[in-house]
Design a protein around this ligand. Sequence first.
Ligand SMILES: [Mg+2]
Length: 322
Amino acid sequence: MELSLEIKPFSFELVKPLNTSKGIINKKEGWLLNVQDETGKNGWGEIAPLNQHEMSECENLLNNLEKKLSKRQLEVKLLKSSGAFAFGIGAALAEIESLIDLDINNNSSTWLESAFLLPTDDSLISVLESKLNEQSAKDENITFKWKVACLPNEIEKKLLDKILNRLPSKARLRIDPNAGWDRKTAKDWVDYLVNESKLEWIEQPLSSSDLEGMTMLSKQIPIALDESLIDYPVLRQTWKSWQIRKPLLEGDPRQLLKELNDKVGYRVISSSFETGIGRRWTQYLATLQQQGPTPTAPGLGPGWCPNTPLFSDHPISVWNAA
Ligand SMILES: [Mg+2]
C-alpha cells in the first residue's frame, strides 16, 4: 500500500506556565502529520516531545522521511524510532488500518471528568477552594493533582496539611514530585501519608532509575510510575501498581490501545498538552481506561491549553490552524 505524507509544524503557549521540579513548561512545539492511503483515507499524527534533545532528533527523522512510501517502509521507520516520533507515525497508521475510530466519542461535551491540576504558586489554596466551591453543587468526587518538589520541602509539608484539611472525604489527591525527591524525603512523606485515605497515589517520587527505592515505598502506599516508564519501557509490562501513561511521549500507541482493549488494569492516561489531533487519542484511550477494571480520573490537564481551533475535535480544523 502506497502512502503519501504531509507534515506541518505548530507551536502554542500554555495559558499559564507550569512549574515542575524539572523546570517550567510554558510552550509546546512540534509537527502535525497527515498520512493518506491510495483510497484517500486519512490518518493523523502529532509529534511533540517535551525535551529539546528529542525535538532535534524528531526534526532530523522528519527531514529524512520520504513524502511517498509504502506502509511497510513506514512501519520499518517506526520500529527504529521511539517516543514522540513513534507516537505520531503509529497514530496515523492505526487510523489508516481502522484499528480505532477516533471520531466516535470525540465530542467535547462527552469529555471525562479529569483530575484537576493545581498550581504550584501562591494561588494554590485559593484555586483549590474555588474549585471545591464550584464542585460542591455537583458532588465531591473530585481528584486533584499537585506537583511538589518545586518549593522548599518544609513549605510543601505545611501546604499538604492545608490541602488535606480542605479536601472533603470523597475527594482524592495525587502528589507528583516528578522524580524530584531523594529516598529520605520520599520516606518521610510516605510515612506521613501512610494512613491517609484521601491520597490516591504518589507519582514518580524518585529518579527514574531508582526502581529499588520505589518498590520499597510501594509496599507502604500506592506508587505510580511515570518518567520511569518512558526511560525503561520494559516496566510497562512489569510494574504492577499504577502506571501514568502519556500516549504522546511513550511511542507507538497501538501497544497501549491493545493493553486497554485487553482490559489490563492500573493504567492512567495523562496529557502532555497536545493539540486537538493528539487529544483525540488521549481522550479515546482515557475513555477505554474508564471502561476497564480500574477506572479512575485521567490527567487531561483541562484549562492549560488555549481555546483556539488548534484544539478542535476535527483534525482538518487543527491542521488548518497550525
Ligand atoms: Mg507525572
